[in-house]
Write a new protein. Structure first.
Length: 297
């Protein structure tokens, strides 16, 4: 009886090992997020911002829970794309994946290398000589245009640091309809990132939008998170939405480090909705404030 079961146990063991190895492929970089109303993806651990384009601001992209950007897992579809482009699952991490609606309906993903090439060892990063190189006043990047399972595949690599043995690069990948031919649209998004990374890049995970003149129409937005709601171990986000020209608009957002609980910002006078959320957009605390009235803490 035991001898008959042995091959079965061996088969189950092999299957479990295969499943474990498969699950480990293409890991997502931790502590990444997007904020509804902001055009950037942020990754705290990598000290990195990625400009996503105007489509991320469209309400239709935020109608589903969690918005259009996924930072939790890499589905089989995107894994196959990365394998097709020869990305090593040990040399690179995925920053995000997502599906956008706008001028086009498309998939977008971004990856970053975990470490540079090592002197004296075989290079593990992409061979950029296999891509087209483009350089202008914004900087330079590499790209190619291909097809993948009936879709147009646009692949861009942006050097963040291209010094030998210190290489750091961000790749942006777009999957679009097969008849797509507006390459300038995609290049505009990429060039915004090229210009941002080019000189003296400063990581600033925040936003402040003041849409009124400094003539007495401004005031301070003060907030204080209740003691029992303060996250003392993890990162959180403070977001303030106001009414701008009849539309709910993100006016302020700040990344809050563990134990942060208060702040004050200059904004236009008016009513604001304050949200204290996790990086995954789960609301932990919220309130409404009128900046023309004194806030009592």
């Amino acid at each position: 009886m035991f001898k008959k079961e042995k091959p079965l146990l061996l088969l189950i063991t092999v299957w479990l090992i295969f499943a474990f190895v498969s699950c480990k492929s293409y890991q997502v970089a931790s502590n990444g997020y997007t904020v509804e109303g902001d055009e950037y993806f942020i990754n705290i651990d990598k000290n990195l911002a990625v400009f996503l384009g105007d489509d991320i601001l469209k309400e239709e992209n935020w109608q589903s829970n969690g918005g259009p950007i996924n930072v939790s897992k890499v589905t089989a579809k995107y894994k196959n794309v990365l394998k097709h482009l020869n990305y090593s699952d040990t040399a690179y991490k995925v920053l995000f994946t997502g599906h956008m609606k706008g001028k086009y309906s498309y998939d977008m993903l971004a990856v970053i290398n975990n470490f540079p090439n090592v002197k004296g060892k075989r290079n593990h990063l992409l061979d950029l000589t296999a891509l087209q190189r483009e350089e202008n006043r914004e900087g330079r990047y590499f790209y190619n245009i291909n097809e993948f399972k009936g879709q147009k595949l646009l692949h861009f690599v942006i050097p963040f640091n291209d010094r030998l043995w210190q290489e750091k690069m961000v790749s942006m990948i777009f999957l679009l309809p097969a008849d797509f031919n507006d390459i300038a649209w995609a290049k505009d998004i990429v060039l915004s990132n090229v210009a941002m990374y080019r000189d003296r890049y400063v990581f600033t995970p925040s936003r402040t939008e003041i849409l009124c003149p400094d003539d007495g129409s401004r005031s301070h937005l003060d907030y204080k998170i209740p003691e029992e709601k303060i996250n003392k171990t993890g990162y959180m986000l403070m977001k303030a939405y106001g009414n701008v020209e009849g539309k709910r608009t993100l006016v302020v957002y700040r990344l809050m480090k563990p134990k942060d609980f208060y702040g004050s910002f200059v904004v236009c006078k008016g009513d604001y909705e304050i949200l204290y959320t996790t990086l995954q957009d789960k609301i932990v605390w919220q309130t409404k404030i009128n900046t023309e009235k004194d806030v009592v803490f």
